[in-house]
Design a binder for this molecule. Sequence first.
Ligand code: 13P
Length: 248
Amino acid sequence: MRRKLAAGNWKMNGLRSALGEVGILAADHLDPACEVVLCPPATLVRSMAKTCRENCVTIGAQDCHENSSGAHTGDISAEMLADAGAEYVILGHSERREAYDETDETVRNKAKAAWSAGLRAIICVGESASERKAANTLDIIGGQLAGSIPDAATGENLVIAYEPIWAIGTGLVPSIGDIGEVHDFIRMRLERRFGPGVGRSVRILYGGSMNAGNAADIVQVPNVDGGLIGGASLKAADFSKIITALNG
Ligand code: 13P
């Protein structure tokens, strides 16, 4: 059985004054049925990991470099994130694929670096509005999966997040049928490449305008194993309701 996962992506939001949100979240969910991961900006990883050591919330980061050290001004390695207390790292988010021209190959190399450092990778895939309009969604997702996931994937070290780009931060959400179609397709591709054992154990999250109002319906869809939540993860009160929906 795959344990449901509620992952919050804070993106470039959050100062030290926001650390209290984690305490509230942890107090609300002392023993949740689903796994809870928060991915704050790198500046907060260490303090959040300290706050969370004794409770249910696991900390992740939002990106890492593909090398473990070296002359890469401004970058952070997977090893450094693990050293700061992160256990997960989001890779290949569409905002990074777009703003930093990250290719599938870059994402794959970053995932290898993450695994070498003992981090679990949350690899993001998703189509743009024009790709969906042109009925290319499954081709795009299939290509991203093939190119972005290294061969050594397991149910432990990999989570996939399906995030349609046009649904991120827009309030737009695909129909339940469309979410189901893409998640089934991702599951099929994972099973075909990695075999049924690994393919069935990797969790597949939905992301894009997920909130307290729609989370319960979305997580009922077969092969949806949780959510990657942006805006609605910033406040404990909002994220808490989504966790409750995922707890079932
Ligand atoms: P929103 O939940 O704000 O739409 O963001 C989704 C996302 O990009 C999470 O990685």
